[in-house]
Design a protein around this ligand. Sequence first.
Ligand code: SF4
Length: 376
Amino acid sequence: MIPPRTTRQIYIRDLPIGGNAPIAVQSMAATPTSDLKATREQIRILEAAGAALIRIAVDTKADVEALRILRSETDALISVDLQENYRLAADVAPLVDKIRYNPGHLHHHEKSLSVREKVAFIVDCAREHGCAIRIGVNAGSIAPEYKERFGEDHTGAIVQCAIDHCAMLDELQFVNYLVSIKDSDPRLVIEANTRFAAARPDVPIHLGVTEAGMPPDGIIKTRIAFEQLLSRGIGDTLRVSLTVPFADKGMEIEVGLGLIDDINAGRFRSVPPNFFEGLNIIACPSCSRVENERFVDLAQEVKRATEAHQDENLTIAVMGCRVNGPGETDDADIGLWCGAKRVNLKRGPQEVGSYTYDEILPRLQEEIAAVLASRA
Ligand code: SF4
Protein backbone atom coordinates (compact mmCIF):
# COMPACT_ATOMS: atom_id res chain seq x y z
CA MET A 1 0.00 0.00 0.00
CA ILE A 2 1.26 3.48 -0.81
CA PRO A 3 1.47 5.35 2.51
CA PRO A 4 0.10 8.89 2.95
CA ARG A 5 2.42 11.55 1.58
CA THR A 6 3.49 14.62 3.49
CA THR A 7 4.04 17.08 0.64
CA ARG A 8 2.02 20.23 0.22
CA GLN A 9 -0.59 20.26 -2.49
CA ILE A 10 -0.03 22.24 -5.65
CA TYR A 11 -2.27 22.66 -8.67
CA ILE A 12 -1.68 22.19 -12.36
CA ARG A 13 -4.77 24.12 -13.49
CA ASP A 14 -7.41 22.04 -11.60
CA LEU A 15 -5.28 18.92 -11.09
CA PRO A 16 -4.06 18.62 -7.50
CA ILE A 17 -0.59 17.14 -7.06
CA GLY A 18 0.89 16.22 -3.70
CA GLY A 19 -0.56 15.69 -0.26
CA ASN A 20 -3.45 13.24 -0.41
CA ALA A 21 -4.15 13.71 -4.14
CA PRO A 22 -4.02 10.57 -6.32
CA ILE A 23 -0.65 10.02 -8.00
CA ALA A 24 -0.96 11.53 -11.47
CA VAL A 25 0.55 9.65 -14.43
CA GLN A 26 1.89 11.75 -17.27
CA SER A 27 3.85 11.44 -20.48
CA MET A 28 5.39 13.42 -23.29
CA ALA A 29 4.65 13.81 -27.00
CA ALA A 30 7.47 12.29 -29.05
CA THR A 31 6.63 13.91 -32.38
CA PRO A 32 8.06 17.20 -33.71
CA THR A 33 5.82 19.83 -32.09
CA SER A 34 5.36 21.74 -35.35
CA ASP A 35 4.11 18.58 -37.10
CA LEU A 36 0.56 19.34 -36.05
CA LYS A 37 -1.04 16.20 -37.44
CA ALA A 38 1.43 13.91 -35.68
CA THR A 39 1.40 15.84 -32.40
CA ARG A 40 -2.42 15.94 -32.36
CA GLU A 41 -2.35 12.16 -32.72
CA GLN A 42 0.18 11.85 -29.86
CA ILE A 43 -2.08 13.91 -27.62
CA ARG A 44 -5.05 11.72 -28.59
CA ILE A 45 -3.10 8.50 -27.88
CA LEU A 46 -1.88 9.72 -24.49
CA GLU A 47 -5.28 11.06 -23.43
CA ALA A 48 -6.98 7.82 -24.47
CA ALA A 49 -4.48 5.87 -22.34
CA GLY A 50 -5.37 8.02 -19.30
CA ALA A 51 -2.63 10.65 -19.15
CA ALA A 52 -3.35 13.31 -16.53
CA LEU A 53 -0.85 15.70 -18.11
CA ILE A 54 0.89 15.83 -21.49
CA ARG A 55 4.28 17.41 -21.96
CA ILE A 56 5.40 19.01 -25.18
CA ALA A 57 8.86 20.35 -26.00
CA VAL A 58 9.17 23.89 -27.32
CA ASP A 59 12.50 25.08 -28.68
CA THR A 60 11.57 27.63 -31.35
CA LYS A 61 9.00 30.28 -32.27
CA ALA A 62 7.57 27.79 -34.80
CA ASP A 63 6.98 25.36 -31.92
CA VAL A 64 5.21 28.15 -30.01
CA GLU A 65 2.89 28.76 -32.98
CA ALA A 66 2.15 25.04 -33.22
CA LEU A 67 1.46 24.97 -29.50
CA ARG A 68 -0.97 27.88 -29.90
CA ILE A 69 -2.99 25.86 -32.43
CA LEU A 70 -2.87 22.68 -30.37
CA ARG A 71 -3.98 24.62 -27.30
CA SER A 72 -7.04 25.89 -29.17
CA GLU A 73 -7.98 22.30 -30.05
CA THR A 74 -7.57 20.47 -26.77
CA ASP A 75 -8.54 20.82 -23.13
CA ALA A 76 -5.77 18.44 -22.05
CA LEU A 77 -3.49 19.71 -19.33
CA ILE A 78 -0.30 20.68 -21.11
CA SER A 79 3.15 21.05 -19.69
CA VAL A 80 5.94 22.52 -21.71
CA ASP A 81 9.56 21.49 -21.62
CA LEU A 82 12.01 24.38 -21.91
CA GLN A 83 15.66 23.67 -22.43
CA GLU A 84 18.27 26.29 -23.26
CA ASN A 85 15.97 29.02 -24.57
CA TYR A 86 14.41 29.95 -21.23
CA ARG A 87 13.00 33.22 -22.66
CA LEU A 88 10.38 31.16 -24.51
CA ALA A 89 8.66 30.95 -21.12
CA ALA A 90 7.06 34.32 -21.89
CA ASP A 91 5.53 32.96 -25.11
CA VAL A 92 4.38 29.61 -23.79
CA ALA A 93 3.08 30.54 -20.32
CA PRO A 94 -0.25 31.90 -21.68
CA LEU A 95 -0.77 28.58 -23.50
CA VAL A 96 0.13 25.93 -20.94
CA ASP A 97 -0.56 24.73 -17.41
CA LYS A 98 2.96 23.92 -16.31
CA ILE A 99 6.48 24.90 -17.28
CA ARG A 100 9.44 22.60 -16.76
CA TYR A 101 12.91 24.06 -16.71
CA ASN A 102 16.18 22.20 -16.38
CA PRO A 103 18.68 23.93 -14.05
CA GLY A 104 21.46 22.27 -16.05
CA HIS A 105 20.55 24.21 -19.19
CA LEU A 106 20.29 27.75 -17.83
CA HIS A 107 23.97 28.62 -18.28
CA HIS A 108 23.96 28.36 -22.10
CA HIS A 109 22.25 31.64 -23.09
CA GLU A 110 22.80 35.22 -21.91
CA LYS A 111 25.88 34.46 -19.87
CA SER A 112 25.89 37.94 -18.36
CA LEU A 113 22.74 37.09 -16.37
CA SER A 114 22.85 34.96 -13.25
CA VAL A 115 20.91 31.69 -12.98
CA ARG A 116 18.80 33.35 -10.30
CA GLU A 117 17.81 36.15 -12.70
CA LYS A 118 16.79 33.60 -15.32
CA VAL A 119 14.77 31.63 -12.78
CA ALA A 120 13.08 34.87 -11.69
CA PHE A 121 12.10 35.49 -15.33
CA ILE A 122 10.52 32.02 -15.63
CA VAL A 123 8.76 32.47 -12.28
CA ASP A 124 7.32 35.84 -13.35
CA CYS A 125 5.92 34.28 -16.53
CA ALA A 126 4.43 31.33 -14.62
CA ARG A 127 2.95 33.56 -11.92
CA GLU A 128 1.34 35.91 -14.42
CA HIS A 129 -0.43 33.06 -16.23
CA GLY A 130 -1.19 30.72 -13.33
CA CYS A 131 1.22 27.97 -14.39
CA ALA A 132 2.88 25.46 -12.11
CA ILE A 133 6.65 24.93 -12.42
CA ARG A 134 8.71 21.75 -12.40
CA ILE A 135 12.34 22.09 -11.47
CA GLY A 136 13.57 19.19 -13.60
CA VAL A 137 17.08 18.15 -12.56
CA ASN A 138 18.80 15.49 -14.60
CA ALA A 139 22.05 13.66 -13.82
CA GLY A 140 22.93 13.76 -17.53
CA SER A 141 22.96 17.57 -17.60
CA ILE A 142 24.41 18.75 -14.31
CA ALA A 143 24.94 22.52 -14.13
CA PRO A 144 28.69 23.37 -14.38
CA GLU A 145 28.97 24.90 -10.89
CA TYR A 146 27.63 21.68 -9.31
CA LYS A 147 29.89 19.54 -11.48
CA GLU A 148 32.83 21.57 -10.19
CA ARG A 149 31.74 21.42 -6.57
CA PHE A 150 30.78 17.76 -6.44
CA GLY A 151 33.09 16.10 -9.01
CA GLU A 152 32.17 12.44 -9.35
CA ASP A 153 29.47 12.67 -6.69
CA HIS A 154 26.62 13.01 -9.18
CA THR A 155 23.96 12.21 -6.61
CA GLY A 156 25.23 14.93 -4.27
CA ALA A 157 25.33 17.40 -7.18
CA ILE A 158 21.78 16.83 -8.38
CA VAL A 159 20.26 16.74 -4.90
CA GLN A 160 21.97 19.99 -3.90
CA CYS A 161 21.00 21.62 -7.19
CA ALA A 162 17.33 20.72 -6.61
CA ILE A 163 17.48 22.01 -3.02
CA ASP A 164 19.06 25.30 -4.14
CA HIS A 165 16.49 25.87 -6.88
CA CYS A 166 13.68 25.23 -4.39
CA ALA A 167 15.26 27.90 -2.18
CA MET A 168 15.28 30.31 -5.15
CA LEU A 169 11.57 29.75 -5.81
CA ASP A 170 10.83 30.07 -2.09
CA GLU A 171 12.68 33.40 -2.00
CA LEU A 172 10.66 34.53 -4.99
CA GLN A 173 7.56 33.52 -3.00
CA PHE A 174 6.41 31.08 -5.66
CA VAL A 175 4.92 27.95 -4.10
CA ASN A 176 3.16 26.20 -6.99
CA TYR A 177 6.15 24.04 -7.91
CA LEU A 178 7.44 20.50 -7.75
CA VAL A 179 10.77 18.82 -8.36
CA SER A 180 12.08 15.90 -10.37
CA ILE A 181 15.51 14.33 -10.03
CA LYS A 182 16.15 11.78 -12.75
CA ASP A 183 18.84 9.46 -14.00
CA SER A 184 18.94 6.33 -16.13
CA ASP A 185 20.16 4.25 -13.16
CA PRO A 186 17.25 3.41 -10.84
CA ARG A 187 19.62 3.06 -7.87
CA LEU A 188 20.70 6.69 -8.25
CA VAL A 189 17.07 7.75 -8.66
CA ILE A 190 16.18 6.00 -5.39
CA GLU A 191 19.12 7.51 -3.51
CA ALA A 192 18.69 11.05 -4.86
CA ASN A 193 14.93 11.23 -4.33
CA THR A 194 15.21 9.76 -0.84
CA ARG A 195 17.79 12.37 0.10
CA PHE A 196 15.80 15.19 -1.45
CA ALA A 197 12.56 14.10 0.25
CA ALA A 198 14.37 14.07 3.61
CA ALA A 199 15.65 17.61 2.99
CA ARG A 200 12.39 19.00 1.59
CA PRO A 201 9.50 16.85 2.80
CA ASP A 202 7.09 19.63 1.83
CA VAL A 203 7.88 19.72 -1.90
CA PRO A 204 5.89 17.43 -4.25
CA ILE A 205 8.03 15.09 -6.33
CA HIS A 206 7.69 13.98 -9.95
CA LEU A 207 9.31 10.55 -10.30
CA GLY A 208 11.02 9.20 -13.37
CA VAL A 209 13.86 6.98 -14.54
CA THR A 210 15.05 8.78 -17.62
CA GLU A 211 16.41 6.98 -20.67
CA ALA A 212 15.22 3.70 -19.17
CA GLY A 213 15.27 2.30 -22.70
CA MET A 214 13.18 -0.37 -24.36
CA PRO A 215 10.76 -2.80 -22.75
CA PRO A 216 11.17 -5.06 -20.91
CA ASP A 217 14.40 -3.69 -19.38
CA GLY A 218 13.07 -0.11 -19.35
CA ILE A 219 10.01 -1.24 -17.41
CA ILE A 220 12.10 -3.27 -14.96
CA LYS A 221 14.43 -0.30 -14.27
CA THR A 222 11.43 1.98 -13.69
CA ARG A 223 9.71 -0.54 -11.49
CA ILE A 224 12.80 -0.99 -9.30
CA ALA A 225 12.85 2.76 -8.54
CA PHE A 226 9.12 3.33 -8.21
CA GLU A 227 8.50 0.32 -5.94
CA GLN A 228 11.16 1.54 -3.52
CA LEU A 229 10.09 5.18 -3.56
CA LEU A 230 6.29 5.03 -3.76
CA SER A 231 6.10 2.38 -1.06
CA ARG A 232 7.93 4.85 1.23
CA GLY A 233 5.55 7.68 0.39
CA ILE A 234 7.93 9.43 -2.02
CA GLY A 235 6.43 10.53 -5.34
CA ASP A 236 3.32 12.55 -6.19
CA THR A 237 3.26 12.25 -9.97
CA LEU A 238 5.26 10.06 -12.33
CA ARG A 239 6.33 9.40 -15.85
CA VAL A 240 7.50 6.09 -17.28
CA SER A 241 10.04 6.76 -20.09
CA LEU A 242 10.19 4.02 -22.71
CA THR A 243 11.81 3.88 -26.13
CA VAL A 244 8.88 2.65 -28.22
CA PRO A 245 7.46 3.62 -31.62
CA PHE A 246 5.50 6.89 -31.47
CA ALA A 247 2.20 5.07 -32.03
CA ASP A 248 2.81 2.97 -28.90
CA LYS A 249 3.43 5.88 -26.49
CA GLY A 250 0.21 5.05 -24.61
CA MET A 251 2.23 2.17 -23.14
CA GLU A 252 4.04 4.64 -20.87
CA ILE A 253 0.72 5.58 -19.25
CA GLU A 254 -0.55 2.00 -19.05
CA VAL A 255 2.67 0.83 -17.38
CA GLY A 256 2.59 3.77 -14.93
CA LEU A 257 -1.03 3.14 -13.92
CA GLY A 258 -0.35 -0.59 -13.60
CA LEU A 259 2.66 0.05 -11.38
CA ILE A 260 0.67 2.23 -9.01
CA ASP A 261 -2.04 -0.46 -8.79
CA ASP A 262 0.54 -3.16 -8.11
CA ILE A 263 2.32 -1.18 -5.40
CA ASN A 264 -0.98 -0.24 -3.78
CA ALA A 265 -1.95 -3.91 -3.73
CA GLY A 266 1.46 -4.97 -2.37
CA ARG A 267 2.39 -6.80 -5.58
CA PHE A 268 6.16 -6.32 -5.76
CA ARG A 269 8.43 -7.99 -8.32
CA SER A 270 11.82 -9.36 -7.47
CA VAL A 271 14.69 -7.89 -9.46
CA PRO A 272 15.98 -10.46 -12.02
CA PRO A 273 19.27 -11.96 -10.81
CA ASN A 274 22.35 -10.05 -12.00
CA PHE A 275 20.11 -7.36 -13.51
CA PHE A 276 22.74 -4.69 -12.89
CA GLU A 277 25.55 -6.74 -14.38
CA GLY A 278 26.41 -7.24 -18.03
CA LEU A 279 25.28 -5.22 -21.01
CA ASN A 280 23.22 -2.11 -20.21
CA ILE A 281 21.52 -0.30 -23.07
CA ILE A 282 20.30 3.18 -22.23
CA ALA A 283 17.98 4.86 -24.72
CA CYS A 284 16.07 8.12 -24.50
CA PRO A 285 12.28 7.89 -24.72
CA SER A 286 12.31 10.34 -27.68
CA CYS A 287 10.50 13.64 -27.79
CA SER A 288 9.81 16.36 -30.32
CA ARG A 289 13.54 17.00 -30.58
CA VAL A 290 14.25 13.63 -32.23
CA GLU A 291 16.02 14.57 -35.44
CA ASN A 292 15.29 11.38 -37.36
CA GLU A 293 12.54 8.90 -36.57
CA ARG A 294 15.00 6.13 -37.44
CA PHE A 295 16.37 6.69 -33.93
CA VAL A 296 13.73 4.35 -32.43
CA ASP A 297 14.54 1.58 -34.94
CA LEU A 298 18.23 2.15 -34.39
CA ALA A 299 17.86 1.70 -30.63
CA GLN A 300 16.16 -1.64 -31.28
CA GLU A 301 18.79 -2.63 -33.84
CA VAL A 302 21.55 -1.80 -31.33
CA LYS A 303 19.85 -4.08 -28.83
CA ARG A 304 19.66 -6.96 -31.33
CA ALA A 305 23.15 -6.39 -32.70
CA THR A 306 24.75 -6.48 -29.25
CA GLU A 307 23.02 -9.59 -27.92
CA ALA A 308 26.27 -11.54 -28.18
CA HIS A 309 27.77 -9.19 -25.57
CA GLN A 310 25.05 -9.76 -22.92
CA ASP A 311 27.59 -10.78 -20.29
CA GLU A 312 30.02 -7.92 -20.89
CA ASN A 313 30.06 -5.12 -18.37
CA LEU A 314 29.30 -2.52 -21.01
CA THR A 315 26.97 0.48 -21.13
CA ILE A 316 25.80 1.72 -24.52
CA ALA A 317 23.71 4.91 -24.70
CA VAL A 318 21.54 5.76 -27.71
CA MET A 319 20.06 9.29 -27.75
CA GLY A 320 17.73 10.98 -30.19
CA CYS A 321 19.05 14.53 -30.57
CA ARG A 322 21.82 17.09 -30.19
CA VAL A 323 20.15 18.90 -27.27
CA ASN A 324 20.78 16.18 -24.70
CA GLY A 325 22.59 13.55 -26.75
CA PRO A 326 26.17 14.84 -26.46
CA GLY A 327 26.01 15.38 -22.67
CA GLU A 328 23.95 12.36 -21.75
CA THR A 329 26.24 9.90 -23.52
CA ASP A 330 29.36 11.04 -21.62
CA ASP A 331 29.08 8.44 -18.87
CA ALA A 332 28.45 5.47 -21.17
CA ASP A 333 31.27 3.26 -22.45
CA ILE A 334 29.96 3.87 -25.96
CA GLY A 335 27.49 6.57 -26.94
CA LEU A 336 25.48 7.18 -30.08
CA TRP A 337 23.53 10.36 -30.56
CA CYS A 338 21.40 10.71 -33.61
CA GLY A 339 21.36 13.72 -35.91
CA ALA A 340 19.14 14.25 -38.92
CA LYS A 341 21.38 12.35 -41.34
CA ARG A 342 24.28 11.04 -39.29
CA VAL A 343 24.82 9.20 -36.03
CA ASN A 344 27.61 10.48 -33.81
CA LEU A 345 29.71 7.84 -32.13
CA LYS A 346 31.53 8.42 -28.85
CA ARG A 347 33.75 6.43 -26.54
CA GLY A 348 33.05 7.82 -23.08
CA PRO A 349 33.23 11.61 -23.45
CA GLN A 350 35.49 11.39 -26.55
CA GLU A 351 34.03 11.91 -30.05
CA VAL A 352 34.96 9.07 -32.39
CA GLY A 353 33.24 10.24 -35.59
CA SER A 354 29.91 10.53 -37.33
CA TYR A 355 28.40 7.91 -39.65
CA THR A 356 25.29 7.43 -41.75
CA TYR A 357 22.44 5.37 -40.35
CA ASP A 358 23.51 2.55 -42.69
CA GLU A 359 27.15 2.65 -41.58
CA ILE A 360 26.70 2.90 -37.83
CA LEU A 361 25.99 -0.70 -36.77
CA PRO A 362 29.16 -2.25 -38.23
CA ARG A 363 31.11 0.72 -36.86
CA LEU A 364 29.55 0.13 -33.44
CA GLN A 365 30.65 -3.50 -33.52
CA GLU A 366 34.23 -2.38 -34.23
CA GLU A 367 34.08 0.06 -31.35
CA ILE A 368 32.75 -2.59 -28.95
CA ALA A 369 35.59 -4.91 -30.00
CA ALA A 370 38.09 -2.10 -29.41
CA VAL A 371 36.70 -1.27 -25.95
CA LEU A 372 36.74 -4.92 -24.92
CA ALA A 373 40.26 -5.41 -26.32
CA SER A 374 41.48 -2.38 -24.34
CA ARG A 375 40.32 -4.10 -21.14
CA ALA A 376 41.99 -7.42 -21.87
S1 SF4 B 1 17.76 12.96 -25.89
FE1 SF4 B 1 16.78 14.54 -27.15
S2 SF4 B 1 15.21 13.41 -28.30
FE2 SF4 B 1 15.78 12.13 -26.61
S3 SF4 B 1 14.26 12.62 -25.01
FE3 SF4 B 1 16.12 13.87 -24.63
S4 SF4 B 1 15.71 15.81 -25.65
FE4 SF4 B 1 14.22 14.30 -26.49
